[in-house]
Design a protein around this ligand. Structure first.
Ligand SMILES: *Cc1c(COP(=O)(O)O)cnc(C)c1O
Length: 398
């Protein structure tokens, strides 16, 4: 006999998600305009407008909207001249997209370790690797162990914080390598007096649902090079040379963002500064409220950075803390609070096994201990107090 479960005596507290989009500006108006005018696909005024808004915000010369951040990375590598069997030195501690993008063109990632303070690509290890593990001859850098040409460096600004770009740029440019910023997690952040997205030769943004602003799904390529921007536009729109007869001289991609998505993006861009302020305020509350206890590392920002704290993350050293990060994650889950470790570092990823990595033990450590806490821009003070309360209780019982 089927019996109904016991009714719960009181409603459980609402779950708190890790990071969700917030749509509360002109998005409805702009999207409605697309629907009213029937410009729902790749033709329409919002794509240009969105590209101009983002470029204007960054103070960049060129921007090319794409269907995702991953496709922006793919095309950035192509226009930068990365070819089959070239190598791209990239952050090991990252979401997988840049490594996949390199493999799309048959190039090979070389995974670089993170530094321990802000968890970004380690500029000293990058220098060591390029100086000692590679050979510079005839304006070409070759990896001594693989014999392959090293063509680009791809630092990923993770979690809303910039990489220490000056030494990375100096090292890369010394060997005439192109620097492609993966700025997908860090739109709105500053490095010294410059905005993230304008630091390297090309930058890629993402407007996926969990990013600081969203178009549902989307991305953008940012560059000062008119030539690269033209090529990126061409390649992302099927490399069409004759719009009437459909003549193509190259194999392009359908990586276009639609007018509807761009309309959403225009509404979101208007809110970017507010969202950065909201994330920073959430971070400052976490930093103040989380106890300064052994085994707990709170995410902070470098003196040379203004981060967005896109995803507020802590490190739990189980030896000192008395509980590991998975136990803490389960603790939160019991109360309906969504938390998450960082991504498995790419040098440990089965999808990229066999790729070279350079002394990635710091990245592995950070990963093992990491836990991201709820960081949506609309996280209420009351919900954040709930998260902090659970954390504090866990610290006492640990
Ligand atoms: C989100 C993200 C991307 C791009 O993701 P899409 O979902 O393709 O827009 C690329 N790199 C990193 C590090 C990311 O976090």
């Amino acid at each position: 006999m089927f019996t109904l479960p016991e009714p719960v005596s009181h409603a459980p507290e609402a779950p708190i998600p890790l990071c969700v989009p917030v749509i509360r500006g002109n998005e409805w108006t702009y999207v409605k305009e697309c629907l009213d005018t029937n410009f729902v696909s790749s033709v329409g005024p919002f794509v240009d407008r969105f590209e101009r808004m983002v470029a204007g915000y960054l103070g960049a010369s060129h921007s090319v909207a794409t269907v995702s951040g991953t496709s922006a990375l793919h095309v950035a590598l192509v226009v930068a001249g990365v070819q089959t069997d070239d190598e791209v030195v990239m952050s090991a501690l990252s979401f997988i997209a840049p490594a996949n993008a390199a493999r799309y063109i048959g190039a090979w990632p070389v995974f670089m370790d993170a530094e321990p303070h802000y968890w970004q690509m380690d500029p000293d290890k990058l220098l060591d690797f390029l100086n000692n593990e590679c050979r510079w001859r005839n304006h070409e850098l070759r990896n001594k162990s693989t014999g392959r040409r090293v063509k680009a460096v791809l630092p990923v600004h993770i979690l809303g914080h910039p990489c220490d770009m000056d030494p990375i740029l100096e090292t890369a440019h010394k060997y005439e390598l192109t620097v492609i910023e993966d700025a997908t997690e860090s739109l709105g952040a500053w490095y010294k007096e410059r905005k993230v997205g304008c630091l390297g030769d090309i930058a890629c943004l993402s407007f996926n649902g969990n990013k600081i602003i969203t178009t549902g799904g989307g991305g953008m390529l940012i560059t000062e090079s008119a030539h690269w921007a033209r090529r990126a536009k061409y390649l992302t729109t099927q490399a069409k040379d004759d719009p009437v007869e459909y003549i193509h001289h190259e194999i392009g991609f359908n990586y276009r963002l639609t007018n509807v998505q761009a309309a959403l993006g225009c509404g979101q861009m208007e809110k970017l500064e507010d969202y950065v302020a909201a994330k920073r305020s959430i971070a400052s509350i976490y930093i103040k409220a989380l106890p300064a206890i052994p085994g707990l590392t709170r995410m902070t920002e470098a003196p040379w950075a203004v981060g967005t704290f896109w995803m507020y993350t802590v490190l739990i050293d189980s030896g000192c803390f008395g509980m590991d990060r998975n136990e803490l994650m389960n603790c939160f889950a019991k109360f309906g609070v969504e938390t998450r470790p960082l991504w498995q570092p790419l040098h440990l990823s089965p999808a990229h096994r066999g790729c070279q990595s350079y002394r990635c033990d710091t990245a592995a450590n950070i990963y093992r201990n990491s836990l991201s806490l709820p960081s949506s821009v609309n996280l209420s003070r009351c919900d954040q107090e709930r998260v902090i309360g659970i954390f504090q209780k866990a610290c006492i019982t640990a």
